[in-house]
Design a protein around this ligand. Structure first.
Ligand code: GLN
Length: 380
């Protein structure tokens, strides 16, 4: 067996959700909303299932969704895209895998920032590449020019940027994007941009794609997710975007991973992207529940770190007066308090960051969040 998989732990998201399911705990670990997706979206999927083809759609995605993705980014981010730049995937994790397979070859180094989604490094290794981590530090989680330049070698082929950043909820500043773009151009790097949280922003925070920076259109693979935009994580509808020549190569990596994605979900996602009222409704719901968790935690004496995006808020255990490391806290809190969480050190490989930060998901019904805060504050 390949040791990459044989020796790899089960992802922390599945581990914590499994514990939450078997223990009947409140699951604020893996990020997903508790409420069903918007009714208009499920109605569109049902209608497509009843009235349209259920056979293999085109491998690059149904034309309606590829056009809707282009129109969505024109409306939301001012990007000028065409259908042939969009490749639909079975979720963003598949897009990340396909992008890495299409770009990374034997011995290529890939810059990653830590904390990072735990799929990136194993996928880089599986493609024969070498992940090189640049740590980001709390509370600002800023991109440091010296640290990035020090990590670059003649073998550096690509960087993977997750912006807005899960688990911290931070958003790169215009200056940081300009810096990353300048470095990518200077060193001829491909930028794999996991932007699945682009629509989940709060406090008026603006997100701009690295793709829109000067010199980046030809070297950026922008990844998005209908699961995140519509709060329907099990749908596994994502996409990757590149210039047409790059997209044609990405499509070949995708064709031998999943080949395609259920057509009714693609058509429904296309309808959803065309209707701004759907995302506005979700945003209002998520903004309200986010405040319930953040204010509840703060009132109960937990030190909440600043976060302006994603479905997550982080607490610092040490600053909250809790003398446990993050992994111990998460393992004990799910069993003893009945609340599942994600320890940030599961998203740092090795000893690269603090071990006192825990992530909690806030896109849940307010009563559930209040109950979770009560359980944690009684137990701590
Ligand atoms: N991105 C999700 C999260 O942070 C997890 C995705 C997954 O479990 N595949 O919760």
């Amino acid at each position: 067996l390949n040791p990459i998989y044989a020796e790899m732990p089960v992802t922390v998201f599945e581990h914590m959700s499994g514990l939450a399911r078997s223990l009947g705990a409140i699951n604020l670990g893996q990020g997903f909303p508790d409420s069903p997706p918007p009714a208009a979206l499920t109605a569109a999927a049902l209608r497509a299932m009843e009235t349209r083809s259920q056979q293999y759609p085109p491998s690059m995605g149904v034309p309606e969704l590829r056009d809707a993705v282009s129109a969505f980014y024109a409306r939301e981010q001012g990007l000028a895209l065409t259908r042939d730049q969009v490749v639909v995937t079975s979720g963003a994790t598949e897009a990340i895998a396909a992008a890495i397979l299409a770009v990374v070859g034997g011995g290529d180094e890939v810059l990653l920032f830590a904390p990072a989604y735990d799929a990136y490094a194993p996928l880089v290794r599986r493609a024969g590449g070498v992940p090189v981590f640049v740590p980001l530090a709390p509370p600002g989680w800023h991109y440091d020019e010296t640290a990035i330049r020090t990590a670059i070698t003649p073998r550096t082929r690509a960087l993977i940027l997750n912006d807005p950043l899960n688990p911290t909820g931070s958003v790169a500043s215009p200056e940081e994007l300009a810096l990353l773009a300048a470095i990518a151009c200077e060193h001829d790097l491909v930028a794999i941009c996991d932007e699945v949280w682009e629509a989940v922003r709060f406090d008026g925070r603006v997100h701009r794609s690295l793709m829109a920076q000067p010199g980046m259109a030809e070297r950026t693979i922008k990844i998005g997710s209908a699961g995140k935009i519509f709060g329907a994580t099990g749908w596994k509808v994502g996409w990757m975007i590149g210039d047409a020549a790059l997209a044609a190569v990405l499509a070949k990596a995708h064709q031998f991973l999943t080949f395609t994605t259920p057509p009714m979900l693609q058509w429904a996602a296309a309808e959803g992207l065309a209707d701004p009222a759907i995302t506005q409704g979700l945003h209002a719901e998520w903004s309200a529940s986010r405040i319930v968790l953040i204010e509840g935690l703060a009132a109960a004496g937990f030190a909440v770190l600043e976060s302006n995006a994603t479905w997550f808020a982080c607490i610092d255990l040490a600053a909250s007066g809790i003398a446990l490391d993050d992994r111990t806290f998460s393992e004990r809190a799910v069993r003893e308090a009945g609340v599942a969480s994600i320890p940030l050190s599961a998203l740092w490989e090795g000893d690269r960051g603090p071990t006192t930060i825990v992530r909690l998901c806030h896109c849940k019904p307010p009563a559930m969040l209040e109950d979770a805060v009560l359980r944690l504050s009684r137990w701590r």
